[in-house]
Design a protein around this ligand. Structure first.
Ligand code: SGN
Ligand code: CA
Length: 523
């Protein structure tokens, strides 16, 4: 009898012990996995969850439908490298040091949300386009494209520094590598994978299977396609128009002969089968173009149609491969406990103001698409209208993982905003773009509120611009210096000063107080 009681006691202890172990294991597995997909230059206008006029992106839409769509997601500096640095560090460019693509150096030894995750036991990886150096730090694994990377048969840099060429189309390959890494990971630990896609960066080269998919569609011109840049000095200086800057050969793949075609690195890399498919598609289009003898606006509009077709066909592979990742998570029963975020490194002009490219504080470039799914926390079909920034990604993911957010991160977690629609969030957001190089876009910083935008351009041009976004959503009428707006501008300038001080941006603070000669107002 005694023996039985003893055994019983032992049995109860054993149960308790098993329970304890079990709960600690579930606590561990309850830390969410993270899949952060960052594309390059993918405009919200091209995503059907935001706008159904251009293309259908059913897989990106699926993330939005099963989670949340952010209608007011913005970047702090609308350029590839600076945006990725801001995402990693949770800091503005003036703090993380990576201000521009052309001249900056990213000090990878600084802290990042990835380092915090790795430290707390996550398996972490960056696959694909990285573009802030060739040696990421703090990841358990990485395999990155050198610089911008190539669309066809791209090279990858491996962790030992060696290069490996992989045959095929970059968007498929990046997804393949991501899935391989997931297949081989240590499944006792939570994971965070950043998937950096090259698509839809210039020169918009689609996968061969997607060539021609928009041939039957004619795209409407944005209403400010023929912008004359009146009253906007910086816009008068830029070099990013479809009419003048976009190149017939390099950008639109219209080549007079094979020799010219092979001068382009991206074509030179192709194998014969890939090149044959490209030539079979583009050569007849060029022949037809030559017969048309287009000039003036007709030529610009023809270029716009070609641009849209190439751009959106390139995005088709991106959406399809995002779908592959969602299926992977389903098949491996990971969907419930995995945060999935899809975003672009910035917005992009699809003909608005007559432009391609980004860099500006104008909406199409400043605003970025962002959708997120996390079934444990986010109701399907959630729409979020708070201002959120790319620097918020780092603190958000750390908070979701139960990790203390380092005090010097400047972003804020947006989890409380998603959970409570009535929470206030930011009243205004701050932007600072620094590069003064390709495309001749003037450095600029400024503030955006729900109704207004005030921008200070410097270095290339010295000027202010003010917009009433409710009356003028396409930012065509610069109100700076116009009667009746002085008070509004002065109030905005005060708010801008507060943000500049909050983010500790000394350069901007100095410029803010520098008078521009001949400015109408005493500003
Ligand atoms: C390249 C492109 C530019 C583009 C920058 C920055 N020129 O230099 O058009 O603005 O990248 O893009 S290209 O002739 O090389 O295509 S970013 O996304 O990397 O910031
Ligand atoms: Ca980019």
């Amino acid at each position: 009898m005694r023996k039985i009681i003893n055994n019983k006691k032992q049995f109860i202890w054993l149960l308790l012990f098993i329970g304890l172990i079990h709960s600690s294991v579930t606590a561990q597995t309850q830390q969410p996995n993270i899949v952060l997909i960052i594309s390059d230059d993918h405009a919200y206008q091209a995503i059907s969850a935001y706008n159904k006029q251009l293309a259908i992106t059913s897989n990106i839409d699926r993330i939005a439908n099963e989670g949340v769509i952010f209608n007011k997601a913005y970047v702090t500096n609308s350029l590839c490298g600076p945006s990725r640095a801001a995402i990693l560090t949770g800091k503005y460019s003036n703090k993380n040091g990576y201000k521009e693509n052309e001249k900056s150096f990213f000090d990878a030894s600084q802290n990042s949300f990835i380092k915090e995750l790795t430290k707390s036991g996550y398996q972490t990886a960056w696959i694909g386009k990285y573009h802030i150096g060739n040696k990421p730090e703090g990841f358990t694994y990485w395999q990155i494209l050198p610089g911008q990377g190539m669309y066809y048969n791209p090279d990858f840099i491996l962790m030992d520094g060696s290069k490996k060429r992989i045959e095929g189309y970059v968007t498929n390959i990046v997804e393949n590598i991501a899935e391989d890494w997931l297949n081989n990971r240590d499944t006792t630990k939570p994971f965070c994978i950043v998937i950096g896609h090259k698509a839809t960066h210039r020169t918009w080269m689609p996968d061969t299977c997607d060539l021609g998919m928009f041939d039957k569609k004619t795209f409407s011109l944005p209403q400010n396609f023929y912008d004359d840049y009146k009253d906007r000095l910086a816009a008068q200086q830029q070099d990013m128009t479809i009419s003048k800057t976009m190149i017939m050969g390099y950008d639109l793949k219209m080549f007079d002969n094979e020799e010219d075609e092979n001068k382009e690195g991206s074509f030179k890399r192709m194998n014969t089968a890939q090149k044959n498919k490209f030539n079979a598609y583009y050569a007849p289009i060029y022949e037809d173009f030559k017969l048309k003898k287009l000039s003036g606006n007709a030529l610009t509009e023809w270029k716009f149609q070609r641009y849209m077709k190439d751009y959106l066909s390139t995005a088709a592979s991106l959406d399809r491969n995002i779908g592959r990742m969602l299926n992977y998570l389903d098949t491996h029963h990971l969907s419930q406990n995995t945060i999935v975020i899809y975003m672009s490194d910035q917005g992009f002009f699809l003909g608005e103001h007559g432009w391609f490219d980004k860099r500006w504080m104008y909406e199409e470039s400043f605003r970025t698409p962002m959708v997120m799914r996390y079934p444990k926390l986010i109701q399907p079909g959630t729409i979020d209208n708070h201002f959120v920034l790319n620097i918020d990604i780092a603190p958000t993911l750390l908070q979701a993982s139960g990790i203390t957010i380092p005090k010097d991160m400047q972003g804020e977690s947006f989890l409380p905003l998603i959970k409570n629609k009535n929470s206030k969030g930011r009243k205004a957001i701050y932007y600072h773009y620094y590069e003064n190089g390709e495309h001749n876009v003037s450095p600029q910083f400024g503030i955006k509120t729900n109704q207004y935008k005030l921008i200070r351009f410097y270095k290339r041009v010295e000027s202010w611009e003010l917009y009433d976004l409710q009356k003028d959503p396409h930012e065509m009428h610069n109100l700076f210096g116009k009667n009746g707006y002085e008070k509004i501008a002065i109030e905005l300038k005060k708010k801008l000063e507060t943000l500049i001080k909050e983010y500790d941006d000394d350069d901007a603070l100095q410029l803010l107080h520098q008078q521009i000669p001949e400015t109408k107002w005493n500003f």
